[in-house]
Write a protein that binds this ligand. Structure first.
Ligand code: PLP
Length: 395
């Protein structure tokens, strides 16, 4: 058997390995507290489930769906963008439902990247931007996100020869893993830059609805000219606790959306229609659940920040998103710290290095576990630190 080179270059998805380790420990009867994956622990709201059950009973929804999605879903997405962001979208040309944002994020590389082409990718970042670039035969140029720059890329330092070969520019705000948010001025600068260098922009924004302290994160589509040059990926996963149903969307530039639709119509057979009906209900039905979830996440954020502070791990409270980006103690790499935590106290965090070299020096705590779990995990960390007198790597 001779596998393709791309398989040799493809590491297992970081969370698969983490989930495997957790399962192994749990199978041995060990109690593991996991702060690893950003998978909401709260259930999908009941009115959405109710709609899904109703739709599942309708034989019209038992057949192949269309790639473009139900017209009603495209209209619901356009209506939600109008209501939430004041952005007008043509439901037929500028909206495409996805099997979760991840699917679209992965497939769009096939629309732009030929062998040898470059995608500009933030570092640290959600790993799929660079992996999909690699699978398409392209190369990622990594734009460092540093605390000094508020975790926004410095576009001015990208070398001219890189820009000549670049076709796509990835951004993601509210940002995973750093928790940073972007303002309109940043989005405007990105658009101007992309116009100058003939780049298409992909903004990945699945966390705009998870926000605290009254913050209302922006859609990239609110920036002038966004639709002429880019698209935005979004999702119902985090907004409505719907990770398990696999439903998201991409909106914006009609040409980019048409290209993605062409790829998808050749590769997948659409989104199960009952799930599309559930998504329509989520987007057009009562929105109280978002505020309710955010109240819970904000309480968890404060709890984690307080406890990390008293343990001596430095982290800033994010205004949005599901994550706390905390600095690892001196002397540790992020992987060693995460590994010691798992082996010695059964607490799982995601090492920053899983998000790229720029994530080194940090670990990510997800807020998607109940308060009791958060307290249990962080108390173990505190006790561990006390028994060691302070954090010190054992090697
Ligand atoms: C930045 C980012 N983009 C996209 C996704 C994927 O979302 P979905 O569940 O819609 O595929 C995630 C999931 O964690 C994410 O963090």
């Amino acid at each position: 058997m001779k596998m393709a080179k791309r398989i040799e270059n493809l590491s297992p998805y970081p969370f698969v390995e983490i989930i495997r380790k957790i399962a192994e420990k749990r199978a041995r009867g060990e109690d593991v507290v996991s702060f690893a994956v950003g998978d909401p622990d709260m259930p999908t709201p009941p009115h959405i489930i109710e709609k899904l059950c109703q739709a599942a009973h309708d034989p019209a929804n038992h057949r192949y769906p269309e790639t473009a999605g139900l017209p009603g879903l495209r209209q619901a997405i356009a209506g939600w963008y109008q209501k939430r962001f004041g952005v007008s979208l043509d439901a037929d040309k500028e909206v495409l439902p996805l099997i979760g944002a991840k699917e679209g994020v992965a497939h769009i590389a096939l629309c732009f990247i030929d062998p040898g082409d470059i995608a500009l990718v933030p570092d640290p970042a959600y790993p799929v931007y660079s992996v999909s670039t690699m699978l398409a035969g392209g190369n990622s140029y990594y734009m460092p996100l540093t605390e000094e720059n508020n975790f926004l890329p410095d576009l001015d330092i990208i070398p001219e020869n890189v820009l000549k070969g670049a076709k796509l520019l990835w951004i993601n705000y509210p940002n995973n893993p750093t928790g940073a948010i972007a303002d309109l001025d940043f989005f405007n600068r990105v658009i101007k830059f992309a116009q100058q260098h003939d780049l298409a922009i992909c903004h990945d924004g699945p966390y705009t609805e998870v926000a605290f302290d009254g913050c209302q994160p922006l859609s990239f589509m609110q920036a002038n000219g966004a639709k002429e040059i880019g698209v935005e990926f979004h999702s119902l996963s985090k907004s409505y606790n719907m990770t398990g149903w696999r439903i998201g969307m991409v909106v914006g530039n009609a040409e980019m959306i048409d290209a993605l639709k062409r790829i998808k119509s050749n590769l997948d057979s659409g989104i199960p229609q009952a799930i599309q009906h559930a998504a329509i209900e989520a987007l057009t039905g009562p929105q109280d659940c978002i505020k309710e979830h955010n109240t819970i996440y904000q309480r968890r954020r404060d709890l984690v920040i307080d406890m990390l502070g008293s343990i001596g791990l430095e982290a800033k409270p994010p205004k949005a998103g599901l994550y706390i980006w905390a600095k690892v103690p001196a002397g540790y790499t992020s992987a060693d710290f995460a590994s010691d935590l798992l082996e010695q106290v059964g607490v799982v965090v995601t090492p920053g290095i899983s998000f790229g070299k720029g994530g080194e020096g940090y670990v990510r705590f997800s807020l998607t576990l109940p308060d009791a779990g958060l307290v249990k995990g962080l108390s173990r960390l505190a006790k561990w630190r006390d028994t060691k007198n302070k954090f010190r790597p054992k090697r």
